[in-house]
Design a protein around this ligand. Structure first.
Ligand code: NAP
Ligand code: ZN
Ligand code: ZN
Length: 354
């Protein structure tokens, strides 16, 4: 077994603290990875605090993982020792159901999430990227272009694919007017990706202080979503709106901005439900409210390659792992521009070695 160090939550209300555990030795199809960087997703906070009611402890969060291959199982031929690779939200699925066959592993009933999920290979629970190393089946490991800065590429593994996948599914492109709601980790990737896909991009934010940044990141227009008059000026004009907000709020002010047959897609997962939407907003213009969950492995690789081609990475603030608890508090105040990324070399400072 491989001695591994990380940070864990031991219950839903205490700070994360240093934690040692063991990873499995690589099996024939496994890739062993030294973790260099791990992005901090709002889902990590939801789960460390058991806001979705499905947490098991101890929990090592983290599903935006970038690292270097340190060992390979005998059946692995598509990765090399020393190669930069990524691991996102998924480390397993059945590989045989219709979802898996259509490269939509995220919807597989047997999907294994990177942390806080039953580990059906080693037993116990899966442990995520706030740690020194990870061992993952090659099907769930992504190639990272050397054109991408490794630290800034980490958030692509969740924030990137979670916004790319719905933009592609709803065929966003040139001539479309697209809204992105919330300028956080997901939202800022949504702005960059929708812009690169050729859409006219409008960013909705509750934070007046983010207006200039939103334009710099690629938005054509910015609307303060609390400004009812500014919102009304966009009525009936959007083809698609992607809502990334992590807290419950009324959806009506966004559904009424959609054109006939337009879609409001939710990717934020608040701990409390949104108020029930006004049905009239939906039926009179045949509008839809939809949802989307990360993306499959094939599409995640496609997104990483798209980002390398279009020079897209996340805007990040690198932190040592010892600052993870303060980072959570700052994210809750929307005080992050626009993704925290943990430099795992900082684990050495705890005297446990990496
Ligand atoms: P984040 O970095 O904290 O960003 C969320 C943004 O939402 C904030 O920056 C803020 O933007 C806005 N916001 C926060 N509280 C708000 C409130 N009370 N009212 C209105 N707006 C508010 O979070 P994230 O990492 O992007 O994650 C966002 C959500 O997506 C989380 O719920 C997360 O669990 C979920 N998620 C879902 C998937 C999926 O597959 N569906 C994948 C990853 C994450 P402004 O300051 O611009 O208003
Ligand atoms: Zn995430
Ligand atoms: Zn399956």
């Amino acid at each position: 077994m491989l001695k591994t160090h990380g940070y864990a939550a031991h219950n839903n209300h205490s700070p994360l603290v240093p934690f040692s555990f063991e990873r499995r030795e690589p099996r024939p199809n496994d890739v062993q990875i030294e973790i260099l960087f791990c992005g901090v997703c709002h889902s990590d906070i939801h789960q460390a605090r058991n806001e979705w009611g499905s947490s098991t402890f101890p929990m090592v969060p983290g599903h935006e993982i970038i690292g270097k291959v340190t060992a390979l199982g005998g059946a692995v031929s598509s990765f090399k020792i020393g190669e930069m690779v990524g691991v996102g939200c998924l480390v397993g699925s059945c590989r045989t159901c219709s979802d898996c066959k259509e490269h939509l592993e995220q919807f597989c009933n047997a999907a294994t999430f990177t942390y806080n999920a039953p580990d059906n290979i080693s037993g116990g629970s899966t442990y995520g990227g706030y740690s020194s190393q990870i061992v993952v089946d090659q099907h769930f490991v992504l190639h990272i272009s050397d054109k991408l800065d490794p630290a800034a590429a980490a958030p692509l593994l969740c924030a990137g694919i979670t916004t790319y996948s719905p933009l592609k599914h709803w065929q966003v492109g040139k001539g479309d007017k697209v809204g992105i709601v919330g300028l956080g980790g997901l939202g800022h990737m949504g702005v960059k990706l929708a812009r690169a896909m050729g859409a006219h991009v409008v960013l909705f934010t509750t934070s007046a202080s983010k207006v200039d940044d939103a334009i710099r990141l690629g938005a054509h227009e910015v609307v303060i979503s609390k400004d009812t008059e500014a919102m009304q000026q966009h009525r009936l004009s959007f083809d698609f709106i992607l809502n990334t907000v992590a807290a419950a709020h009324s959806l009506d002010s966004f559904t009424e901005l959609l054109k006939r047959d337009g879609t409001l897609c939710l990717v934020g997962v608040p701990d409390h439900p949104h108020p029930s939407p006004a049905i009239g907003n939906l039926i009179f213009k045949r509008r839809k409210i939809a949802g989307s969950l990360i993306g499959g492995l094939k599409e995640t690789q496609e997104m990483l390659d798209f980002c390398a081609e279009h020079n897209i990475v996340s805007d990040i603030e690198i932190i040592p792992i010892q600052q993870i608890n303060q980072a959570y508090e700052r994210m809750l105040k929307s005080d992050v521009k626009y993704r925290f990324v943990i430099d795992l070399a900082s684990l050495n400072a705890d005297g446990v070695g990496k």
